[in-house]
Design a protein around this ligand. Structure first.
Ligand code: FES
Length: 237
């Protein structure tokens, strides 16, 4: 036992030398030398400056260490992370919502998208011009003679071949965008060589179905999207 006590009190290098030399010693002696080395190594890690000049200064973080329990610290950590996540999600939602609301059409633009016309206010044989999306719209309440005239045309001879049926959902109501297809003037109604519309800018003549018959315009007057929700109402757009 005296030998064992002397081994554990030796310096590290001496203990290791003894451990190497004790390969031929008794098992009890070898285990005592190994325990001494382990103890010395452990002390070295715990307090390095005690074994030579330190090359770095390790600050003491003990002042900042929480004195609360681990569970308590976890609760605070989870609460902070959860709160920040909820606030970030709310901010992102508000940003996206504001962006989408800003991009959508305003009430006045939506109101301009469609125009409703009371058809019983337009007598037979008369034209009405309304404004839709900044363009003039021609609405003509055609007579039976005008409908017959529109159908009595050899379609294949037209510059822009279209039957009257293709241009009017109801034969008595002709609805067109009132913009000349040449350079964009607004034609005059009930004028021209074909009893329809005449564009004075360069002399284009349109018939009673709005089809180009004479002059430089290349196409018939355009037909907008429209519908008749009931017998007395026309909705354009
Ligand atoms: S713009 Fe109508 S004929 Fe030229």
């Amino acid at each position: 036992m005296a030998a064992l006590r002397s081994i554990t009190s030796l310096p590290a290098t001496a203990s290791r030398s003894l451990l190497r030399a004790s390969s031929s010693a008794t098992p009890l002696l070898r285990s005592a030398a190994a325990a001494a080395c382990t103890q010395i190594d452990q002390r070295r890690f715990d307090s390095a400056p005690a074994y030579g000049k330190p090359t770095t200064r390790i600050p003491d973080w003990g002042y900042y260490k929480s004195d609360k329990s681990e569970d308590s610290n976890k609760v605070i950590g989870y609460f902070m992370v959860g709160t920040m996540g909820a606030l970030s999600a709310a901010a992102a939602k508000a940003t996206v919502q504001d962006f989408l609301v800003n991009m959508s059409a305003s009430a006045d633009v939506l109101a301009m998208a469609k125009v409703e016309v009371a058809l019983n206010s337009i007598p037979e044989g008369k034209n009405v011009i309304i404004k839709w999306r900044g363009k003039p719209i021609f609405i003509r309440h055609r007579t039976s003679d005008e409908i017959a005239e529109a159908n009595n045309v050899k379609v294949s001879s037209l510059r822009d071949p279209q039957t009257d049926e293709e241009r009017a959902k109801k034969p008595e109501w002709l609805v067109m965008i009132g913009v000349c297809t040449h350079l964009g003037c607004v034609p005059i109604g009930e004028a021209g060589d074909y009893g329809g519309w005449f564009c004075p800018c360069h002399g284009s003549h349109y018939d009673i179905s709005g089809r180009i018959r004479k002059g430089p315009a290349p196409l018939n007057l355009e037909i907008p999207a429209y519908d008749f929700p009931n017998e007395e109402t026309l909705v354009i757009g």
